[in-house]
Design a protein. Structure first.
Length: 831
């Protein structure tokens, strides 16, 4: 709900409230963000109130008291200044006590005494850079219009409330519109800003961020996610002190270097307790986030398009939109924040047919064959895939032009007839005949210099003519700031997508921007190229996803180099990382999980030794990690051992049984490999923080829960573990079981001789024979429990292998081990 009272704005969600006001001098002052409060009580203006909230006051006396209370509460919360402090500046002659630098603000531009991060920088009339945006008016309404140039959140139910505050710098003749959208159901407030040039001459916008807010207090800890190729979403924990902490991307994509999602927490915040404020940006290009602690106890947070390399020529009458930024507050720790954001992404970002539809289990050909395949190899792989329960066969890179490596053919989207004599159509037919859906890989934004497209249209590429180009994977970027190139891409991809029965598309993007010069734009607009590229890309994605609503699109950019809410407005899932090593993935996916739900995270089981790390992890662990995303397989199943194929078949069957919970249930984190619970290091001798990772996934109706317990290193002579389920109905009766497994004796090495009647030499023929016929029973767990007992008391799990003996009462738990547990409500049984 949004209420306004005496130019003070109260934005409330289910559990939170956000307050700011226009000061008498017209500057916007940030007042409060935190747990829900009722600031105006019955005095709040009915303007914009939702149904039922507009209570009429009974009599004059009550009204007088309500007004007194509201006035007193607003006054209590706002900042007091009797004298401008120290050498800070006072804003104007009328109020010499007021210094913008001292105050918590809601919007601030450079040049009027606030020396912190500005929201806007403009070279305006006569080259003047000073900006002074003051309150002019506001409007409260219901519903949200789509952006003209960018993707944004939406509300199918039409219940989202909007507050538009108009600020004006009348000297510069600039209007700044601040938008707030309140998603009550998931405790999210999103924001954006639009700048309009109302003057008679053009201005140059050097910075226009999406939002600015000054949080109370200066003791926040920034939690950010940085990385590189195959090392996405590495968790950082930065206690903020004086100065700035900046996250940004200048790769041209939202990037694996610094994801635009981040959050702030307090020292005592944990996964389940304490204060947490999360931020997202609905944008896939260069972004910028700064957290700045000032000397007066405030923490400024800003986010938006990266001003580095950006400038925008704004003609009279033109407007510039900024990407939508998302905020959520949680008093229930990081899991509380994630709950809000997961619900927001699922309900208000992802759209289309696949929004709530279960995603198929796919097999991707990349790590199976790379570029080296032909139709008969693909068909054999597909046949094996079908036999283990795969539903969708995806042909990755290498099917077009003369592409046998990464040096040529991007841009030439016609089938390589040597590899695929019947083309995509012929292959799709054969794959479909096996009962599998068919999907392809494309990289539509790119072109190789060695391609017919580049030879025909060198002017369609981002490069500086005549100047040596910085290379990346031998490819260049198409100039999507040029509408002709956008149209070409839409037409070309439409042709490809309708050339065969294609039900899935992996849309890749594999290089960092360099030499970003557009031959289609004039000199004064070259600072717009990278942002115009994004707008062009969004246009292409919008038109293609609308033209092909049945296709499941998966975003990708060298793995997770463009994992953000902008992409998710069009594609319901994104390939999270080219790193398929289970241990790395456990950390990478845990990182994504803070801000993104599992239904948007592509995750595959691959072969071992792993192609990125050469590490060998158990197949069970690879599955346990990948099933907490959208599960796929990416390995040469033709070469897989029979016992692995059998295991994969059982995994896929299990996944299908639990798919609705695993893809759309509530994902909760327990302990994690990054040890974020208590910050202790990892030890090979102690099962402390960092050695175990716990993931829980609970169905919406709280009747089913899927739990994975992952381990980094085996600890000898270890202690028991008490596993507590999450978010169940305390009153219900549940069955707690584990995944029953059988183990290969070879996993016990020459310990086999402690029980074998004759000596068995390791890896001998005899050892292999024994291994073939003798399987060791794993432990079983089976309990009937009330929800409260299961959540609060927990299950004391069977003893892990500790070096003193093994039987079916012992948990086989080697390095990189994983165990899966299931909780299911007993039909209609209440305690
Ligand atoms: C990128 C992707 C991979 C694969 C290759 C193909 O690296 O992230 O998954 O599709 O391209 O060239």
């Amino acid at each position: 709900m949004i209420r306004e009272w005496k130019r003070c704005f109260e934005l409330s969600t289910k559990d939170t409230t956000y307050v700011f006001r226009a000061r008498p001098n017209g500057l916007l002052e940030h007042v409060y963000y935190g747990e829900k409060i009722d600031l105006f009580g019955k005095a709040g203006s009915p303007e914009g109130l939702t149904e039922g909230a507009s209570e009429k006051l009974a009599d004059g006396q009550a009204e007088e008291f309500a007004v007194k209370l509201a006035e007193s509460q607003v006054e209590a919360l706002t900042e007091k200044q009797a004298f401008a402090p120290g050498n800070s500046l006072c804003y104007d002659q009328e109020d010499k006590s007021f210094s913008p630098e001292y105050c918590a603000l809601e919007c601030s531009a450079a040049g009027k005494g606030d020396v912190r991060e500005p929201m806007a920088e403009v070279i305006g009339k006569d080259g003047v850079r000073t900006l002074d945006f003051v309150y002019e008016s506001h409007e409260i309404s219901t519903g949200k219009q789509p952006f003209q140039t960018l993707p944004g959140s939406y509300d199918e139910a039409g219940k989202v409330q909007q507050l538009k505050v108009i600020l004006r710098d009348s000297w510069q003749q600039l209007k700044l519109e601040l938008y707030y959208w309140v998603y009550e159901d998931c405790n999210v407030i999103s924001r954006s800003a639009v700048l309009v040039n109302e003057g008679g001459s053009p201005v140059t916008v050097e910075r226009l961020l999406s939002f600015l807010t000054d949080l109370d207090e200066d003791d926040w800890i920034a939690r950010s996610f940085t990385g590189a190729w195959t090392r996405e979403m590495h968790e950082n924990r930065i206690p903020l002190t004086g100065g700035k902490y900046v996250l940004s991307s200048s790769t041209g994509t939202s990037s694996n270097r610094a994801n635009p999602f981040f959050f702030l927490e307090k020292r005592d915040t944990s996964e389940d307790h304490g204060t947490c404020v999360g931020f997202h940006l609905i944008y896939s290009g260069n972004h910028y986030e700064a957290m700045e602690v000032n000397p007066y106890g405030k923490t400024r947070v800003v986010s938006g398009i990266n001003p580095q390399g950006f400038s925008w020529h704004l003609e009279p009458g033109e407007r510039l939109e900024t990407p939508e930024a998302v905020m959520t507050f949680s008093a229930a720790g990081r899991n509380g924040m994630s709950k809000n954001l997961h619900a927001f992404v699922r309900e208000h970002i992802v759209r289309g047919k696949w929004k709530k539809k279960e995603r198929p289990v796919l097999l991707n050909s990349w790590e199976a064959f790379y570029f080296d395949f032909n139709e008969s190899k693909l068909l054999k792989l597909a046949e094996t895939a079908k036999s283990v329960g795969i539903e969708l066969f995806v042909l990755d890179d290498g099917w077009f032009g003369k592409r046998d490596d990464d040096t040529s053919s991007l841009g030439d989207w016609t089938e390589n007839k040597k590899k695929l004599p019947g083309g995509l159509k012929g292959l799709a037919k054969k794959i479909n005949a096996m009962g599998l859906d068919f999907g392809i890989w494309v990289e539509p934004e790119m072109v190789n210099v060695d391609s017919d497209l580049y030879r025909a249209h060198p002017e369609w590429v981002l490069e500086v003519p005549g100047k040596a180009h910085s290379e990346g994977r031998n490819q260049r970027i198409l100039d999507l700031s040029n509408p002709d190139v956008q149209q070409y891409m839409i037409d070309e991809m439409s042709r490809v997508f309708s050339s065969a029965n294609i039900s899935y598309v992996k849309w890749d993007m594999n290089r960092v921007f360099s030499d970003a010069y557009s031959q289609a734009l004039p000199k004064e607009r070259q600072g717009e190229v990278v942002h115009r590229y994004q707008m062009g890309l969004y246009r292409c994605m919008k038109e293609l996803t609308e033209a092909f609503p049945e296709i499941l699109f998966e975003g990708c950019a060298s793995g997770g180099n463009r994992f953000d809410l902008g992409i998710l407005c069009y594609f319901p899932q994104i390939w999270a990382s080219d790193d398929t090593d289970a241990l790395c993935r456990a950390e990478i996916q845990n990182g994504y999980g803070y801000g993104y739900p599992q239904s948007v995270i592509g995750a595959h089981v691959s072969s071992c030794p792993n192609h990125q790390t050469l590490r060998v992890t158990p197949l069970e662990t690879r599955f346990a990690v990948a099933c907490f995303g959208v599960l796929g397989y990416e390995l040469n199943l033709i070469d897989a051992k029979k016992e692995d194929l059998e295991a994969i078949k059982v995994q896929i069957a299990l996944y299908k049984e639990w798919r609705s919970v695993l893809q759309f249930g509530r994902w909760i984190r327990g302990k994690s490999f990054t040890g974020s619970q208590d910050g202790h290091g990892v030890s090979n001798l102690w099962d402390g923080a960092g050695n175990l990772q716990e993931w829980y996934c609970v169905s919406e109706d709280r009747t089913r829960e899927f739990i994975a317990l992952l381990q980094r290193f085996a600890i000898p002579n270890s202690h028991s573990i008490r596993l507590r389920a999450r978010a169940l109905d305390p009153e219900r009766i549940y069955q707690f079981t584990n995944r029953e497994l059988k183990y290969n004796v070879k996993g016990f090495g020459d310990l086999v001789n402690t029980v074998a009647p004759i000596h068995v030499k390791q890896d001998s023929l005899l050892h292999n024979m024994v291994a073939k016929f003798v399987k060791l029973d794993g432990e079983t767990e089976n309990y009937l429990l009330r929800g409260d007992v299961l959540m609060r008391g927990g299950v004391n799990l069977k003893q892990p292998f500790g070096g003193t003996g093994y039987n079916d009462q012992v948990r086989y738990y080697p390095d990189f081990g994983a165990r899966l547990y299931f909780v299911e409500a007993q039909e209609n049984k209440e305690a």
